[in-house]
Design a protein around this ligand. Structure first.
Ligand code: GUN
Ligand code: ZN
Length: 391
C-alpha cells in the first residue's frame, strides 16, 4: 500500500558494487533495520542508528537471527522445461530433439501453460528468486499464461515468446512475419504493464532464418527499452553448426552483432566458446552474459571463463537455465559457479554471490530498482529462514 511504513529488524546484507573490482562492495549490518515505505526502500542500516527515526508506535517486525537480502535474480530460465528437468542426453542438440521440443509442444494448450506457470513461480519463490528472465515457448498463449501468473503476484518478471522458423519440428515453428507480429502484439500488451517486462526471444541463431534474425533485430531497435534474450556459444557442435549456417560471420556472436542484437538489455546465455573479440563487443555494447553453471555441467557444455570475462569487464549475471540446469535455486547455482571457477584456475571469494543480486540487476539495467537496498529501490527482499540461528 502506498504510504504504509514497515520496519524489519534482522541481519541485513546487500551490495553496492562488485567485490571483484571494489574494496567496499557490500554492506553488512549484524543487527540491522530495513525500513519500507509505500513499497519502496526508505533506509537500510544499523538498528542502533536507524530505529530512532521511526515514528512513535511503528511496529518493528523482529527477525533477529535471520538474514534479509535482496531477492535473487535468475537471468535465464525456461518455464516450459519445468517438467523435464534432469533429462540426460549426450549433449545440447540431442537433448533439444529428444526432450525439449516434445515438452514445449504441450504449451499450445493455455490450461497446461497456466498450470506449469503456477507451479514454476511457486518454485522460484520457494528458492528466493523474485525476478527472472524467462523463455516461454513459440506459442503466444504460453506468454499470456506466464505474465498472468506473475502479475497476480506482482513479481518483476521478464519474459518472451520464442521465435523459431527453421531447423525445428513443424509443430513448434512460426514464420519470420508471424513471429515478429506476435512478439510486437505481446510487447504492446505486456511490456511495462505493472512490473512485467518483455524480452524479444529468438531461441538461438540455428533456429532462425536470416529473415527472422533481421526482423528480431528491427524489433529490438524499434523498442529499445525491451529486453532481448538468446543463447550463444554453449556447445562446440552448436558452434560448428552456426559456422555452416552463417559462413560469412566472423564468429557465432558476430551473427547477433550483424543483426543489431548487441545492446544494453540483451542477455546472452552460456558464452562459453567466445573469443576476446566477442567479449570486447559485449563490453562495448553493454550486452550481458548469463552464466549457467548447473546446465553447463549437466549437458557437458564446457567451463565458463571467468578470468577473461572479468579482464574485459563483460557485464556478468548468473542463471539456473532450468531445464538444462538442474536446480531452481540460485544458492545451488552459486555453489556450482564456485567449482567451475576453481576448475578454470580462478578463485571466487564467497562474496561474489553478487552476480545473483546486484550483478543481475546491473546486467538488466535495473540497478536502483531491484538488486540492493538503496533508498527508493523496490521493496523486493528475502527473509531466508534457512539462515536462521538461535536468537
Ligand atoms: N539452445 C537453444 N535452445 C536451448 C534450450 O532450450 N536450452 C539450452 N540450454 N540451450 C538452448
Ligand atoms: Zn536456455
Amino acid at each position: 500500500t502506498t504510504n504504509d511504513l514497515q520496519a524489519y529488524r534482522a541481519s541485513v546484507l546487500h551490495f553496492s558494487n562488485d567485490p571483484a573490482f571494489h574494496q567496499q562492495a557490500f554492506a553488512w549490518h549484524e543487527d540491522g533495520l530495513l525500513i519500507i515505505r509505500g513499497g519502496k526502500v526508505q533506509a537500510a542500516g544499523d538498528y542502533a542508528q536507524l530505529h530512532a527515526s521511526l515514528p512513535e508506535g511503528c511496529v518493528v517486525h523482529d527477525y533477529r537471527g535471520k538474514l534479509i537480502m535482496p531477492g535473487f535474480i535468475d537471468t535465464h530460465i525456461h518455464y516450459p522445461q519445468t517438467d523435464m528437468i534432469a533429462s540426460p542426453a549426450p549433449g545440447l542438440l540431442p537433448w533439444l530433439d529428444t526432450y525439449t521440443f516434445p515438452t514445449e509442444r504441450k504449451f499450445a494448450d493455455p490450461a497446461h501453460a497456466g498450470e506449469v506457470a503456477h507451479f514454476f513461480i511457486k518454485e522460484l519463490l520457494r528458492c528466493g528468486t523474485t525476478t527472472a528472465m524467462v523463455y516461454c515457448t513459440v506459442h503466444p498463449e504460453s506468454v499470456e499464461a506466464f505474465f498472468a501468473e506473475s502479475e497476480a503476484r506482482n513479481l518483476r518478471m521478464v519474459a518472451g515468446k520464442v521465435m523459431m522458423d527453421r531447423n525445428c519440428p513443424d509443430f513448434l515453428r512460426d514464420t519470420a512475419e508471424s513471429g515478429a507480429r506476435e512478439s510486437e502484439d505481446l510487447i504492446k500488451k505486456w511490456h511495462k504493464r505493472g512490473r512485467q517486462l518483455y524480452a524479444i526471444t529468438p531461441r538461438f541463431a540455428p533456429t532462425s532464418s536470416e529473415a527472422q534474425m533481421q526482423l528480431a533485430g528491427e524489433l529490438a531497435r524499434a523498442y529499445p527499452d525491451t529486453y532481448l534474450q538468446t543463447h550463444v556459444a554453449e556447445n562446440t557442435d552448436e558452434v560448428a553448426w552456426v559456422k555452416s549456417l552463417f559462413p560469412q560471420a566472423r564468429s557465432y556472436m558476430d551473427v547477433y552483432d550483424h543483426y543489431g542484437m548487441l545492446r544494453p538489455r540483451s542477455m546472452y546465455a552460456h558464452c562459453i566458446w567466445l573469443d576476446d573479440a566477442d567479449r570486447v563487443r559485449m563490453a562495448e555494447t553493454q550486452s550481458a552474459v548469463s552464466f549457467c553453471p548447473t546446465s553447463n555441467l549437466f549437458l557437458g557444455s564446457g567451463l565458463f571463463d571467468f578470468e577473461r570475462a572479468d579482464a574485459l569487464q563483460v557485464p556478468l549475471s548468473m542463471a539456473t537455465d532450468v531445464g538444462g540446469g538442474t536446480s531452481f535455486s540460485m544458492l545451488q547455482t552459486m555453489n556450482e559457479a564456485y567449482k567451475v571457477a576453481r576448475m578454470g584456475g580462478t578463485y571466487l571469494p564467497a562474496l561474489r554471490v553478487l552476480p545473483a543480486t546486484l550483478g543481475g540487476a546491473r546486467s538488466m539495467q535495473l540497478e536502483g530498482t531491484i538488486g540492493n537496498f538503496v533508498a527508493g529501490a523496490e521493496a523486493d527482499a528475502l527473509l531466508p529462514t534457512y539462515c536462521s540461528a538461535p536468537v
